[in-house]
Ligand binder design. Structure first.
Ligand code: NAP
Length: 259
């Protein structure tokens, strides 16, 4: 029987790439996010390519604890035995000193990046324990390792994701459940478009004249954690583009030529 992967933030970027990667490796994928149309499109793409029961899409906002519980408890019977939880949904909003971030920006970053991870884990991990198998993978960031001007709150949330990952590993000490973090560096997705409220020109400058990771590169790192032998727990994989050496240290121009 194929393993089941439950993905948050599967409607775009790293989440969509991970879904495609898992499906092509024979996993079945539960696709969740808020954008139902995009989820449905990915669901039908994967079911056409890999067989009718490959993907199951369901709308879920990770900031709504009750909705998270209802969605996970309400999964069809043959989708309930989640083997891998990919806590991927996340975002940064704006790039200003933390005291200039609006209350809405602060709340959204904390709610999605920290509380969302906790809400989904508490709804999924007990089932993994009952079944005696499972793997939780949280998407961290290089921003979980350092801080940069304008990114205080986002960086703090990603530091929290690493603490939550280490803590969950300890909470599950001695059980068969594995816990990993995959921490990407600069990755070309809709991340900057969301951060700059749809300002495509500004978002494009983030990836200009350099060679960022693709969402597929990050999906490969996620797959590495999952496909490691059962006796191996990858605690964290920090994956950056070759041109990057810190959150704000990205080489451009000559250094990125030919990649
Ligand atoms: P993206 O292309 O903007 O995708 C973000 C995903 O999160 C979307 O599917 C979005 O779906 C979902 N999401 C946002 N708010 C949500 C909510 N309240 N409930 C459920 N889903 C929600 O960005 P990405 O780069 O793939 O980001 C994925 C993860 O990688 C994030 O945790 C991010 O912090 C991390 N990361 C990204 C980079 C980078 O450079 N791109 C680097 C390091 C780490 P809906 O809008 O449809 O809900």
């Amino acid at each position: 029987m194929s393993q089941i992967v439950f993905i948050t933030g599967a409607s775009a970027g790293i989440g969509s790439a991970a879904a495609r990667c898992f499906a092509s490796e024979g996993f079945r994928v539960v696709l969740t996010a808020r954008s139902e149309d995009r989820l449905r499109a990915l669901e039908s793409e994967l079911n056409q390519q890999h067989g009718p029961a490959t993907a199951f899409a369901v709308k879920m906002d990770v900031t709504k604890a009750a909705e998270v519980e209802t969605v996970i408890k309400g999964l069809p019977k043959d989708w309930q035995a989640i083997d891998v939880l990919l806590n991927n949904a996340g975002l940064a909003l704006n790039m200003v000193p933390s005291y200039e971030n609006s209350v809405a920006e602060i709340d959204t970053m904390v709610d999605v990046n920290i509380k969302g991870v906790l809400y989904v884990a508490r709804a999924v991990v007990p089932g993994m324990l009952e079944r005696g198998r499972g793997h939780v993978i949280n998407i961290g960031s290089t921003a979980g390792h350092d801080v940069y001007p304008g990114g205080t709150i986002y960086c703090a949330t990603k530091h929290a994701v690493l603490a939550l990952t280490q803590g969950l590993k300890q909470d599950l000490h001695g059980t068969p459940i594995r816990v990993s973090a995959v921490s990407p560096g600069l990755t070309e997705t809709e991340f900057s478009l969301v951060r700059f409220e749809g300002d495509a020109e500004r978002a494009d400058t983030v990836y200009a004249d350099t060679h960022a990771l693709s969402a597929e590169d990050v999906a490969d790192a996620i797959m590495y954690c999952v496909q490691a032998p059962e006796s191996v727990n990858v605690g964290e994989l920090l994956v950056q583009p070759r041109v990057q050496s810190g959150s704000r240290m990205v080489a451009r121009g000559e250094a990125a030529k030919g990649l």
